[in-house]
Design a protein around this ligand. Structure first.
Ligand code: GTP
Ligand code: MG
Length: 358
């Protein structure tokens, strides 16, 4: 099976020759092509032209007045001839010597193989402290927002290999750099494996990572979130929950300060009203679909699950606080997390179930 190695390049004239030499050496005896997708404004295209003339396994596309690492990779996917596709950076931070091992994983049946900086045996020592911090924040944000990124330790790696079927016919519209995140959310795959590697220091030419790309990543996450109904639903649920807290406070203030009602009674009444507001909002916005149950049944189930959620919150809080001496605020935070997870799971599964049409 032909392997296409796709390499996005932007002003990497000093890296292309050493990279190609290392690639050819380590892929000796395998069927492969190397495809550079280049947006350079320096002499890189001339280097690529000469190289591709000398070696028939090397091809390149040069895009004029275009930028974007991820879109370059997508063009590479389109132009590649192989059934197996690999992507890596040009600057030798991704050691090409890992490719044969990745290829073996694909041949053994994996759909997607990720060269990972964060599995045992790996390291990201080629990044300085500030870049490590930015990378950590980016990874956390991605994994928090998007379910598909969670099972993977390095969902933002720029070094990976896949079978063509994973992206064949899938509309990819990445923004910025993180093409792997796009594939993890939209691609068709079932078996994924991460292999460890040491992210090397950049040797030649200058880094192209900058604040614009970091902001593009946030825009990309937002785009992925919008196109991922399941993730979006969970975050709408959290937003509605936060509004519920505000509604609760407002009613509590009204009952205690203006109407001078008993504090406990006010709290119970405010909670019930906030729960009702949450029910209406979730029913109309979060699960905006024809439902299986009658509205009264849905409301009853919602109250039941929210009530058990409150008990769960209290149980987690007291367990953590009394038995493990976790400070009360932290323990309460964890209780809230547990209750939110339960409420979402239970209501998603049993309260707002979609009507099935026969
Ligand atoms: N085609 C194309 N390639 C790009 C573009 N921006 C960056 N690249 C390439 O994408 C790869 C990653 O870019 P780097 O500058 O190495 O980014 P980085 O590895 O996160 O940053 P450093 O650790 O500082 O190297 C390199 O091969 C770049 O040449 C672009 O706009 N178009
Ligand atoms: Mg780099």
């Amino acid at each position: 099976m032909l392997l296409s190695v796709i390499i996005p390049t932007y002003n990497e004239k000093h890296n292309i020759i050493p990279l190609t030499q290392r690639l050819c050496r380590c892929l000796e005896g395998r069927e492969f092509e190397i495809l550079f997708v280049d947006d350079s404004t320096d002499r890189t295209p001339q280097v690529l032209e000469e190289l591709s003339r000398r070696d028939g396994r090397v091809r390149y596309l040069h895009r004029v007045n275009q930028r974007g690492l991820a879109t370059a990779v997508v063009e590479g996917f389109r132009a590649a001839r192989g059934e197996i596709l690999a992507v890596l950076d040009a600057d030798l931070q991704h050691p090409p010597e890992l490719l044969p091992q990745m290829l073996d994983h694909i041949l053994r049946g994996y759909d997607l193989v990720i060269a990972s900086r964060f599995v045992p045996g790996a390291s990201d020592s080629g990044l300085n402290f500030q870049r490590k911090l930015v990378s950590l924040a980016a990874r956390l944000a991605g994994r928090l927002l998007l379910k598909s990124l969670r099972p993977v330790r390095d969902p933002l790696s720029g070094y990976f290999m896949l079978r063509r079927e994973v992206i064949e016919g899938v509309p990819l519209s990445p923004l910025g750099w993180k093409i792997l995140a796009e594939i993890l959310v939209r691609g068709r795959y079932s078996r994924v494996v991460e292999v460890p590697f040491t992210f090397q220091r950049r040797l030649n030419d200058r880094s192209k990572m900058n604040i614009t790309e970091q902001l593009n990543y946030l825009r990309h996450l937002w785009r992925l979130l919008r196109s991922s109904p399941e993730d979006l639903r969970f975050w709408k649920f959290c937003l509605v929950g936060t509004c519920g807290v505000a509604v609760n406070f407002a009613f509590f203030a009204l009952f205690t300060f203006l109407l001078a009602l008993d504090v406990l009674f006010s709290a119970l009444l405010a909670s019930s009203l906030a729960m009702y507001a949450n029910f209406l909002l979730n029913d109309a916005i979060t699960w905006n679909q024809p439902k299986h149950d009658h509205v009264l049944v849905r409301a009853a189930k919602f109250y039941l699950f929210s009530g058990t959620g409150m008990l769960l919150n209290a149980a987690v809080l007291s367990l953590l606080h009394s038995y493990w001496q976790v400070p009360a605020l932290w323990a309460n935070g964890m209780g809230i997390l547990a209750a939110t997870a339960w409420n979402y799971y239970a209501n998603n599964r049993w309260t707002f179930t979609a009507r099935s049409f026969r």
